[in-house]
Design a protein around this ligand. Structure first.
Ligand SMILES: C[S@@+](CC[C@H](N)C(=O)[O-])C[C@H]1O[C@@H](n2cnc3c(N)ncnc32)[C@H](O)[C@@H]1O
Length: 224
């Protein structure tokens, strides 16, 4: 087969190849999360899992996971993720044996992501739920969370307004960025100091910046 015929392959072919490749990676690595990605490729080819699991997204979430462990420890009764998209971070937390997590709930306003997140986390279905809801419409007192995670702060119009719904003393992990040129980013910040001021947390256990090629990601871990 020539190089030219390789480049003429239809995209459906590539989707099948991606499924085979990722299944192989799952067997090779023993990762239930990677197996979940293979299932998503097969069941939800319309989903943008390649974007949610690109190396920059994964890097930012490994950073979140490591700093969470360092600053807040390994044990959680119920972690609630807001703007959880395809549930990549819940899967990364539930698979990580350093943690002891009884439950993770992932809320997102987009109904199209619920099933994809459930498929991705199918190996953890006894501890994971994906729920379609607006994070501004939740009763945070009633959620029973001992940690709220929002790595989608650049996607919500009013971070301070959202945090005002959260009972004081609640532990939170927040990420935002300075990637202003992305049209869906309606609330970027220019610096870590601006993010700190926007969030106005009562207690801060970690504040840091992670430079990526095109933007810098900012993270705060503390209590409201
Ligand atoms: C592109 S994704 C996640 C980006 C983020 N950097 C990450 O990987 O965690 C942003 C998500 O926030 C969700 N979202 C935006 N506004 C929301 C709201 N009010 N309540 C719940 N989810 C929301 C969107 O539907 C989308 O799935």
């Amino acid at each position: 087969m020539t190089h030219a015929s390789h480049s003429l392959r239809p995209p459906e072919d590539w989707c099948e190849n991606a499924y085979d490749l990722v299944r192989g990676l799952a067997v090779y690595s023993g990762s239930m999360l990677v197996d979940g990605i293979a299932k998503v490729i097969a069941k939800h080819p319309e989903g943008n899992i390649a974007n949610a699991f690109n190396h920059k997204q994964v890097g930012c979430k490994i950073w979140a996971r490591d700093k969470l462990l360092e600053s807040s420890g390994p044990s959680y009764r119920r972690i609630v993720v807001l703007g959880g998209w395809y549930g990549v971070l819940p899967a990364m937390l539930l698979e990580d044996r350093r943690f002891n997590i009884a439950a993770v709930d992932s809320y997102d306003i987009d109904p199209a992501v619920e099933e994809v997140a459930s498929t991705l986390n199918s190996a953890f279905s006894d501890r994971f739920r994906a729920i379609t809801a607006d994070m501004y419409a939740l009763d945070y007192q009633g959620l029973g969370a001992d940690l709220l995670i929002n790595t989608s702060c650049e996607h919500i119009a009013d971070l301070g307004g959202w945090l005002s719904l959260v009972p004081s003393g609640t532990r939170v992990l927040l990420q935002s960025n300075d990637y202003f040129s992305e049209p869906t980013h309606i609330s970027c910040v220019s610096s870590l100091d601006e993010f700190r001021a926007q969030a106005g947390l009562a207690k801060l256990d970690f504040a840091g910046a992670l430079p990526m090629k095109k933007y810098t990601r900012f993270m705060l871990i503390g209590t409201v």
